[in-house]
Design a protein around this ligand. Structure first.
Ligand SMILES: [Zn+2]
Ligand SMILES: [Zn+2]
Length: 239
């Protein structure tokens, strides 16, 4: 479970409440396609440092992969000027995005599920998850749930997971008539970017693990509820 690996599951009151539902959801999600799995994750848009073009990174490749046309390239190269984007630049961009996602989660905003109400607060009512607005019968749920955070972080890892892509790609012999790119094709297109891709992937993985440990320690120190309320002041210090 990603939740357990990150150690974030025990660190906040609303995580505990949703743990079982989420575990089940995460389990189910491993059975479905990647596109479906990461449907709710924010996309990764990177501005090329050479020409300023916004590159929407949706995986190891850019271009029309289903047709395996000439325009399929490694996403490490800019779609406009074709220059390789430096891995250090991509690492920095991802660091900022991951920090922002963790901060958003730890701000712990709760949202009322009653459409007519949509009460938004960071304080838990004395009646548990019930909305505190008079006469409202809604339930308060995390605006940015642990599941959303895990999905987002897992998505950033997934985008640069070349070994996983190679494992999933059919061998050349079986890929005929199939829309997936063959293993040979993947290796050919990524050949000059292999090290850069694995550097970015390792950076994302290490960053997530390092920060997860920090938050676990804080949670143990302050107790879960204090953690959820005070966390926004701590989150920007994540590194
Ligand atoms: Zn460019
Ligand atoms: Zn309400």
């Amino acid at each position: 479970m990603i939740a357990e690996c990150l150690g974030l599951d025990a660190s906040s009151y609303h995580v505990k409440q949703e743990q079982e539902e989420e575990d089940e959801l995460i389990y189910k999600r491993t059975q479905i396609s990647d596109a479906e799995k990461y449907r709710d994750a924010d996309g990764l848009s990177v501005k090329c440092p050479s020409c300023g073009t916004a590159n929407e990174i949706t995986g190891i490749f850019s271009g029309d992969i289903s047709s395996m046309g000439e325009d399929v390239r490694c996403a490490m190269a800019c779609v406009s000027c074709a220059k390789a984007m430096p891995p250090a630049f991509l690492c920095n961009t991802l660091t900022l995005l991951i920090r922002a996602a963790i901060t958003k989660y730890y701000q712990g905003w709760l949202l009322c599920d009653e459409q007519a109400c949509r009460n938004r607060t960071r304080y838990v009512s004395v009646c548990g998850r019930r909305c505190s607005v008079p006469y409202c019968r809604g339930t308060m749920s995390p605006e940015y749930s642990a599941h959303q955070l895990f999905t987002q972080l897992a998505y950033y890892q997934y985008l640069f997971d070349l070994p996983l892509l190679l494992k999933k790609s059919p061998s050349a012999a079986t890929s005929a008539g199939n829309n997936a790119m063959s293993r040979d094709g993947v290796e050919r297109i990524t050949s000059s970017f292999k090290d850069d891709i694995s550097r970015v992937h390792a950076h994302v993985t290490t960053f997530i693990q390092k920060n997860a440990r920090t938050y676990v320690d804080l949670a143990q120190l302050f107790g879960s509820l204090t953690m959820a309320i005070n966390a926004p002041k701590m989150a920007p210090g994540a590194h």
